[in-house]
Design a protein around this ligand. Structure first.
Ligand code: APR
Length: 321
């Protein structure tokens, strides 16, 4: 297999962890891009100097020049700024949209054949804008949200039930925000329904539902919970791990069924928007959106989430993007 070239746009917290994970797993050579001078060079030098210890021959280099991402097979984007005190939602959306527009132009000019995974927030808007500016086909532009949201949900279930998280399967759909839709009905531990195990643990369906509701709320607010503790930034280890899962599915053409932020063209009754849905992720990107029947409650939560995505994208367009 030819060695892959992976470009990371944004050399902040997530970009740094991504570089290290890609190197340690030898997924491909890494070019880390940031607009801050010397930052990506410093991070990649530091990571590269551990190559003997970690045992990788992967090349890792930092740059401030888009030309260096030429011919990348895969690009992961974390460029953006976090919301600062006193900053309005619109101010943040304007700033990050400007950044994403410049990133999309840089990628389009230098790596027109790459598959692109976007991690920057607000996610659903950033993915939409990247596709619009780059003109890339929709299956080559996708966003990371559901893999992380599902992992958070699975972790909470594992901690609650005292079982290995390895046996837990969950799926979180919808937009990447408070309106996300965890599909409780299909949450299972090696096939056994989580709700049934909770009911057996508490011997009471009402209490089991309360415990599940608390886990759902925690999942929806999980990003904010980490921000509240870190104070100086947002989650970066878990978003990086989630993005690596997606990168591996693409690089190794794994055809994994994962929840990703993908462009819908009528699936789930949605047309022309990026939303978190189950897809087959493989060597060409999003290979297929996998539809399944939602029950009445799930459908109504999903509709609510779609409306939130539409409002967000509408706001971005109102701001001129
Ligand atoms: N082009 C490239 N990089 C940029 C640009 C730009 N125009 N503007 C800012 N950056 C870089 C910053 O210099 C910084 O190094 O993006 C990086 C962002 O890093 P952090 O602030 O550390 O943010 P991080 O924790 O990595 O999260 C990145 O992912 O999960 C989302 O909400 C999170 O939107 C945020 C993004």
């Amino acid at each position: 297999m030819n060695k892959k070239k992976i470009a990371l746009i944004g050399g902040g917290q997530i970009g740094g962890v991504l570089t290290q994970l890609i190197a340690q797993r030898q997924l491909g050579d890494v070019v880390l891009f940031d607009i801050v001078e010397d930052l990506p060079q410093g991070k990649t030098l530091d990571i590269g100097e551990a190559s003997r210890i970690d045992g990788f021959d992967t090349k890792v280099s930092g740059t401030n020049d888009y030309k260096d991402i030429a011919d990348s097979d895969l690009i992961l984007i974390t460029a953006g700024i976090p919301r600062k005190p006193g900053m309005s939602r619109d101010d943040l959306l304007t700033t990050n949209s400007k950044i994403m527009k410049s990133v999309a132009e840089g990628v389009k000019a230098n790596a027109p054949d790459a598959i692109v995974i976007i991690i920057s927030n607000p996610l659903d808007a950033m993915v939409t804008l990247f596709k619009k500016v780059s003109g890339f086909p929709h299956y080559r532009v996708l966003g990371q949200a559901g893999v992380l949201d599902s992992s958070r949900f699975s972790s909470f279930i594992a901690w609650e039930l005292g079982v290995s998280v390895k046996d837990i399967n969950t799926m979180v759909l919808g937009g990447h925000g408070d309106t996300m839709v965890p599909i409780v009905r299909y949450a299972n531990i090696n096939g056994l329904p989580v709700m049934e195990l909770l009911e057996r643990k508490y011997g009471d369906a009402v209490k089991a539902k309360e415990v599940m509701d608390a886990m759902l709320q925690r999942t929806k607010k999980a990003g904010g919970e980490v921000v509240g503790l870190l104070k100086t930034g947002s989650a970066f280890y878990s978003p990086a791990s989630a993005a690596i899962t997606m990168a591996e599915a693409i690089i190794y053409d794994e055809k994994r069924l994962l929840p990703v932020c993908a462009f819908l063209q009528g699936e789930f009754g949605v047309d022309g928007y990026y939303v978190g849905v189950p897809v087959i992720l493989g060597g060409t990107g999003v290979e297929k959106v996998i539809e399944f029947e939602l029950n009445e409650d799930e459908q109504s939560a999903f509709n609510n989430s779609i409306n939130a995505v539409k409002t967000l994208v509408g706001d971005m367009e109102r701001l001129g993007f």
